[in-house]
Design a protein around this ligand. Structure first.
Ligand SMILES: Cc1cc2nc3c(=O)[nH]c(=O)nc-3n(C[C@H](O)[C@H](O)[C@H](O)COP(=O)(O)O)c2cc1C
Length: 371
């Protein structure tokens, strides 16, 4: 059984545990000739990196990536490019404090994967959650940076749109705000409110959930592989595979159930250049599992951090009931650092779907379609 890989033509395998020597990934199937240096990957890892402000875990990981294979000097430009061979990316773990976990090695932390790993494998690296730790998501972000090279014309951006019960004001959405606050929040006023709100949550030793929205613009119409490789179903699976994600929506998502057919179905007209356009985007850029050319819109709900300073009831592996307070360093709202992870997963799915589309269809039909 091997379930640490995803994708078909753009295939990513991740490896490593939270407190082992290193984590990383192998990206297989990346086309040759794409410029790729460590900085191209590092800038995305830096956005996910912990310890950057008081709203994320104080674990200080440098998250420095090394490219071990799959790149070489380009004869024409002299720059470093992908060779088409597997790209191995390594990120060393440098700030493990395994003693934080000594007390809880036999107790199942509520909301964590401890019990089910024991139930399934009978053996587990308990330090920091081992393989179930969200440290693994750094590898996804690294793979996502490579994927972005494959679909360079597509702009893939994420934003935190809700924290706990508090939604942003979508009328105040400004992409330029995303990198100006610690929450990847596009609404400056909401970001100011989240500072006070999350301080309160953190000081009370608790945690809170969040909703993240990912928008991919400029993907052409035609990507996606019905019936069992639909673009929306693969995006949903990719986002759902991120730690702590408990729900995914595409376009209107669950709200579509409340709409009438005339309100939900996106009407069509011809745009200025005589090409088809849609008058709305309730579909979230996907119809029949195939991209429409509209922005692809996905949202996912992240549960509140399970490791909190409040005492919780649990059991240990020797059959005793116990109380547990999870010490160690944790994010009060893991949804924040899930933003770059969500972007990366969408990038990987799009890169894979693009290559599969190109493999089966080639350039594809151009508008106007043949009569
Ligand atoms: C970026 C990121 C960081 C996370 N950090 C923590 C953390 O500090 N403490 C914690 O309890 N859970 C954290 N989680 C969530 C756990 O990894 C996750 O809840 C746990 O492995 C159980 O898996 P599940 O929630 O997917 O079922 C994080 C999740 C993400 C996406």
């Amino acid at each position: 059984m091997s379930h640490n890989s995803f994708g078909h033509l753009f295939r990513v395998t991740t490896f490593g545990e939270s407190h082992g020597p290193a984590i990383g990934c192998v990206v297989d199937g990346c086309p040759p000739g794409l410029p790729l240096v460590e900085d191209d990957i590092q800038r995305f890892l830096d956005r996910r990196r912990p310890g950057q402000n008081r709203f994320t875990t104080q674990r200080q990981e440098a998250d420095k990536v090394k490219i071990l294979s799959g790149v070489f000097e380009d004869a024409q430009t002299g720059g470093q490019v992908t060779t088409g061979t597997p790209i191995a990316l390594l990120i060393e773990n440098t700030d493990q404090r395994s003693r934080d976990y000594e007390e809880i090695k036999n107790v199942y932390r509520p909301g964590h994967a401890d019990y089910v790993y024991d139930a399934k494998y009978g053996v587990r690296d308990y330090r920091g959650g081992g393989r179930s730790s969200a440290r693994e998501t750094a590898s996804r972000v690294a793979a996502g940076a490579v994927a972005r090279k494959v679909v360079a014309s597509v702009k893939i951006r994420g934003a935190l749109v809700q924290m706990g019960p508090h939604k942003i004001d979508r009328a105040k959405w400004d992409w330029d705000e995303i990198d100006k606050n610690p929450f990847f929040c596009p609404d400056a006023a909401a970001a100011r409110f989240f500072e006070t709100y999350l301080d309160g949550v953190r000081k009370s030793g608790s945690s809170i959930g969040a909703v993240i929205e990912i928008i991919a613009e400029n993907a052409p119409a035609g990507w996606g592989a019905p019936i069992y490789g639909k673009l929306d179903s693969e995006i949903a699976a990719a986002l759902m595979s991120i730690n702590a994600v408990k729900g995914v929506e595409i376009g209107e998502g669950f709200a579509a159930a409340e709409l009438s057919g005339e309100d939900n179905a996106d009407e069509m007209r011809f745009g200025n250049e005589g090409k088809p356009i849609f008058l709305s985007n309730h579909a979230g850029g996907v119809l029949g599992g195939i991209s429409t050319g509209q922005p692809i819109v996905a949202r996912f709900a992240v549960k509140p951090t399970s490791s909190i300073l409040k005492s919780r009831q649990s059991i240990d592996r020797f059959g005793r009931e116990s109380e547990i307070v999870t010490k160690g360093r944790h994010d009060p709202c893991v949804g924040i650092r899930a933003v770059p992870v969500g972007e990366a997963m969408v990038a990987c799915v799009l890169a894979d779907q693009f290559l599969r589309h190109r493999g089966q269809i080639g350039a594809g039909p151009a508008w106007p379609f043949p009569a």
